[in-house]
Design a protein around this ligand. Structure first.
Ligand SMILES: Cc1cc2nc3c(=O)[nH]c(=O)nc-3n(C[C@H](O)[C@H](O)[C@H](O)COP(=O)(O)OP(=O)(O)OC[C@H]3O[C@@H](n4cnc5c(N)ncnc54)[C@H](O)[C@@H]3O)c2cc1C
Length: 231
């Protein structure tokens, strides 16, 4: 019986693993890989203590740090599939058929990018299509960017882009932005920002890198195009 089973080998799960081991809890960390989302990041610049580190190197650092702990067991080639309640604790069942009994479970299984599912999105991933504005806003320095979605995440992406991009479109499918007023107050005065509502993104176009975006104007049914450098 473990005290704790941690699900996930990203920064969150590994941090929890290091702390649990230091507290001498009988801990198992279960993951299929280390690094999580940051693995594919070309350059992480806000990992405190390092000016710049690639996601690949950060993943190695995380794994090494975790493996340096004496009091932790690691399963690094499996996925949690089911968590069942048993008595006062839980059983974590894995895809590979293992079962771990534990008093507590920490789910640090992270998140996945929500895709638009439009042509060009996959092709230009990392070549003008970005999912993390705080990470990639500097790439848009003096360039034109579009943010798809006018909710809180989209509006906060605009906030991240404002110091860098020369022009920012925000495309929202409904008739108005859905972000919190406090965020809207911060972005609405910028002359760089153009809000386009009733706009359904249809395609991201480019050659080597993104050069534009096509959207359907839902009020007229017309297909319109924007020239830009990043989405
Ligand atoms: C391209 C990109 C660049 C980024 N750059 C930066 C940056 O520069 N700075 C910054 O601060 N943030 C950046 N981020 C965000 C950052 O990577 C995330 O905030 C961070 O990785 C979240 O860590 P996490 O441990 O919570 O989850 P995740 O990183 O999502 O890790 C989840 C882990 O759980 C594992 N897992 C999932 N399901 C299961 C399961 N069923 N069983 C077992 N294991 C499972 C996964 O394999 C993974 O190892 C970036 C994200 C992306 C996508």
């Amino acid at each position: 019986m473990y005290d704790l089973v941690i699900v996930g080998g990203g920064p969150g799960g590994v941090a929890a693993g290091v702390y649990a081991a230091r507290k001498k809890m009988r801990t198992l960390l279960l993951t299929d890989s280390f690094g999580g989302q940051s693995l594919v990041s070309a350059d992480v610049r806000n990992w405190i203590g390092t000016k710049s580190v690639s996601g690949f190197d950060l993943a190695k650092m995380l794994e090494e740090h975790l493996r340096a702990q004496e009091d932790i067991e690691i399963v690094a080639d499996d996925l949690a599939e089911k968590v069942e309640k048993k008595g006062g604790g839980f059983i974590v069942r894995t895809k590979g058929g293992k079962a771990f009994e534990t008093k507590y479970v920490l789910l640090a299984s992270g998140s996945r990018r929500r895709k638009l599912g439009v042509p060009g999105e996959k092709e230009f991933d990392g070549k003008g299509v970005f999912y993390c504005s705080i990470c990639d806003a500097p790439v848009m320095k003096d360039k034109t960017a579009a943010v798809v979605g006018g909710g809180n995440a989209g509006s906060e992406a605009v906030l991240d882009l404002l110091p860098y991009a020369s022009k920012i479109y925000i495309l929202e499918r409904s008739t108005g932005l859905k972000c919190d007023p406090v965020t809207y107050e911060k972005i609405k005065t910028s002359s760089k920002l153009q809000v386009i509502t009733s706009a359904e993104t249809k395609e991201i176009v480019g050659d080597k890198f993104v050069t534009g975006l096509a959207y359907k104007d839902l009020t007229t049914g017309e297909l319109k195009k924007l020239e830009l450098d990043g989405v």
